[in-house]
Design a protein around this ligand. Structure first.
Ligand code: NAD
Length: 280
């Protein structure tokens, strides 16, 4: 038994469960101007964390969203803009959040894109773009934030992978490769952080109700010539046994739990939130 670790006193405040278990923590969520990332950002803010938003979007809408979060949850909220396909901007984003808030305690790598095509027709630039954002950006962000987490003896890395980090589907070669890679990166970071109070986990959602998915329903209904309801059941949720979309807030609730000290022994895990998809 590692007695040094076991005898470390339990910190009060931010590390105890309560209505605001993350009060005093600083969280950065990439790709949080929309969808799952925004849901996670809001859940972390509701749990008391100061939050940094990243992602693409129109400046006025981003500022309005930050104002809403500040008002609703009474926490500091700032924007950390960066095109995460660029490693230099990715690392600069971590520096900017550290300058603004003093540190990054909770890093959620969520930004991601998708492209669907048979492998023989899969454009090389699409492959590169997906690998850059869905995998390499997480590496650069973690690499830049890790020294600070180590120095403070506390950190949370939460990577939003996918059911496609655990199983494959046809025509999604880059996405599946990147998400499997992200799960592998998560395990490595978990091992490197284990003795420094840092955990690293991957959340692996199935279909989640986001603007991106909502738009696909109308497109698919048109191209298949079937109703929205049939698209949902027979196309999108065909693989998802519970036949329902998760909500972004459900992913946010898991991220909050992983960030608390109640989850301090959960590390290196890839946690499906997929209605049973990967139980097949
Ligand atoms: P979304 O399109 O609603 O959000 C993507 C976010 O990434 C946005 O904030 C966007 O601005 C940002 N982004 C895109 N390119 C960027 C870039 N170059 N630099 C910085 N930010 C950039 O998508 P979503 O559905 O919320 O997906 C979020 C994550 O969840 C992705 O990693 C996705 O793979 C994963 N995921 C989604 C689902 C789902 O059903 N929606 C399922 C499994 C996994």
């Amino acid at each position: 038994m590692n007695t040094a670790t076991q005898s470390r006193p339990v910190e009060p405040g931010p590390t105890t469960l309560g209505t605001r278990p993350l009060a005093g923590r600083v969280a950065l969520v990439t790709g949080s101007t929309s969808g799952i990332g925004l849901g996670i950002l809001e859940s972390l803010a509701a749990a008391g964390a100061s939050v940094a938003m990243n992602g693409l979007g129109e400046a006025g809408r981003i500022e309005a969203e930050l104002d809403r979060l500040r008002g609703a949850h009474g926490v500091p909220a700032a924007y950390a803009g960066a095109d995460l396909a660029d490693p230099v901007q990715c690392r600069a984003m971590i520096g900017a959040v550290q300058d603004r808030f003093g540190r990054v305690d909770i890093l959620v790598n969520n930004a991601g894109i998708q492209h669907v095509a048979p492998i023989e027709a899969f454009a090389a630039e699409k492959w590169d773009a997906i690998l850059a954002l869905n995998l390499s950006a997480a590496f650069h962000a973690i690499s830049a934030a890790f020294a600070g987490m180590k120095a403070r003896g506390w950190g949370r890395v939460i990577n939003v992978a996918s059911a496609h980090g655990l199983v494959a589907s046809p025509f999604k070669s880059a996405y599946v490769a990147a998400k499997h890679g992200l799960v592998g990166l998560t395990k490595t970071v978990a091992l490197e952080g284990a003795e420094h109070g840092i955990t690293a986990n991957a959340i692996c959602p199935g279909y989640v109700w986001t603007p991106l998915v909502e738009k696909q329903i109308d497109d698919q209904a048109k191209s298949h010539g079937i109703s929205r309801e049939r698209v949902i059941r027979e196309v999108l949720l065909a693989q998802q046994p519970n036949r329902r979309f998760a909500q972004s807030a459900e992913i946010g609730a898991l991220a909050v739990f992983l960030a608390t000290d109640a989850a301090q022994s959960i590390t290196g895990a890839a946690l499906p939130v997929d209605g049973g998809w990967t139980a097949h």
